[in-house]
Unconditional design. Sequence first.
Length: 402
Amino acid sequence: MTQAYIYDAVRTPRGKGKADGALHEVTAINLSCTTLNAIKKRNDLDTSLVDDVILGCVDPVGEASGVIARSSAIASGYGASVPGMQINRFCASGLDAVAYGAAQIMAGQKDLIIGGGVESMSRIGMGASGMMPAFDPSVAIPSYFSPQGVAADLIATKYGFSRSDVDAYAVESHKRAAHAWDKGYFNTSVIPVRDVNGISLLTRDETIRPGTDMQALGALKASFAMMGEQGGFDAVAIQGHPEVEAIDHVHHAGNSSGIVDGASAVLVGSKSIGKATGMKPRAKIRGFASLGSDLALVLTGPVDVTQKLLKRCKMKMSDIDLIEINEAFSAVVLRYIQAFNIDPNIVNVNGGAIAMGHPLGATGAMILGTIIDELERRDLNVGLITLCVAHGMGTAMIIERV
């Protein structure tokens, strides 16, 4: 089997996903072009060698409709021979785009791909492409469908995480993200987004609040109590876990992932293409996996898929030096740390989506790049990237520095 190597990884800063966000005037295609152009320039890349551009996009409608990967490649001046494909596995789309391309390299069918993702959540609202499972009883009933926030509160209740626990985790996310930016840890991979005149619109993640503290978060009301209690979703979720008598609603905007705009791109290829082009690999992909998980808890997929992937790679959790898990909600990460009894100081060491935001289709590839940079900075070797996925799924990848 051919080995797949990561040669480069870039991302845009994450802009607030509202009309007053710094990236609101930038279309999804232009966000993608920012990363594709950076990959081309940084690697002096002959784009005709790229066998595919694969981008995750969760809401590929309106300006992001069609095959946004192909459109972005054309708009970025890539060779006309470069095809493109858009994929959607909700929040894991960006990481799965990389995995899908890597699998084809491993199979010997491609030599060089770009995987990544994009989401302009300020211009195309979350859920714009629809959410059929919420409205089709044949799917909603057997899957105990409830909003993700209610599921996150169910996780917190079932596994014993209090409001103070989830708020404290959120405070730490902002603290770590602010520290990472101040120390320049993201400088290697974050590419400024510019307007048509070349003026920078955003150079740094926009939603980090270094002054976030327990008092500020404590003043926020639980976001999902009304829809859970009055909307009936608590009763639905509890049907899947009847051992829980009542759900304690602890999540709110301050300890949940932020809605943002952003794009990411990862250059993956075989060893031979690296030698032919003079590119030096930064990491190799040890393995990846996806699965369906508990339907009522929805967001515990990272625990299950990590167990599956470690077994597939014949590894133990003690073999992993750093972990990036998407901070969809505080309880997702706290449950992961609890399940594996791991040191919190190896998890999301530079903060995560609670502080910096979660541009759905792009996040998986973003945190892949983040962990490569941090492994290099700390001179460590093995990293694991994982994300929970809507509708009860999980995705993970293990990489090793070269």
